[in-house]
Design a protein around this ligand. Sequence first.
Ligand code: SAH
Length: 394
Amino acid sequence: MKTLKLKPGKEKSLLRRHPWVFDGAVAKGGGDAGETVRIESHDGQFLAWAACSPTSKIRARAWSFDESQRIDKTFLTQRLRDAVALRQRLAVESDGVRLVHGESDGLPGLVVDRYGDTLVAQFTSCGVERWKNALADALLEVTGLDRLYERSDASSRTLEGLLPVTGWLRGSGPTELVLREHQWQLALDIATGHKTGFYLDQRDSRASCAAWTRKLGFQQVLNCYSYTGGFTVAALAGGAGHVTSIDSSGPAIERARHNVALNGFDTGRTTFMDADVNASLRAFLAQGRRFDAIVLDPPKLAPTVAHAERAARAYKDINRLGLQLLNPGGVLFTYSCSGGIGVELFHKIVAGAGADAGVDAAVVGRHGGAPDHPMTLAFPEGEYLKGLVLMRKL
Ligand code: SAH
């Protein structure tokens, strides 16, 4: 068994069960890509069994903090069983569920989403890459399903020195699927869609948007960064008079249009724009347009803390425009899925946007990732998605 020895004082985070070992903490030792190594303190005390990532800044990711644990297929199968059991207890209101959420489920670098009877997995660390076949077999065993599609094309794979891989890993079948979420249906393509095909993490935010629409009777709704129209369909389900959806991806906008029809809503209640959000918001402002509700769900603008400053300016800009475009009493649903921007900083950015816009608003709700995307106590990095529901003062 190979060993990775840490510098003095660098054992603290592992003792708190944080699963990452950064390259700067390593005194000596290591292993091949994905190989299980014994992590020990400078004086030889056992800290964790971990998977080695020789070329990554995150040099190792802990599998277990128990010295007697063997890292093998039985161990991985049990982790998968625990993850799936947790989701069963959550009774998610959808047949699209995140079954495995990486570090938060003790499986660093592995994401598995279930869409009906199809599984989609993303392997983004050397550890899970090395165990891919065992994990694929175990996933079928634990879920009783027989179709598993691989979407290992996330950019984070390059940080681990891994090439992109996509395609059926087990079984085969259509990649165009229809997901049932709350009271609506959403079509997606697991082969070409973003992430594993859909943004399951915003499920509860979409339900909240539908509920607010029902309660306040929004007439004009603007869904910015709509992707395939999840919030669009939610607002229509809540009874919105008209929903305008903007996304710069042509295929996403086409699918959003399709999703409206799929749910039987009158397409006359919708406008779709294949356009840049920032430019569109400026144009609306110049035209004197106003909305009763606006959704701002931009892509990850700050993947890490290093990008936070530039991203903060971009968030502030769109939120200022969003607040200016709201009718008095209107509601802004604003999100950030940037790991590099925490809840407090996001609040501060949006507060700054309100001050610049000369708009006073009350925080009437807070949103976060749906519970099948859990965060563990030891891994605060797991909390990436945050949202504020703001009501413009009358
Ligand atoms: N709210 C969506 C998810 C949004 S993901 C849901 O519930 O499913 C972010 C989206 O922003 C992507 O679809 C991406 O195509 C789009 N996007 C990125 N940059 C953009 C820009 N400058 N203008 C418009 N859309 C953009």
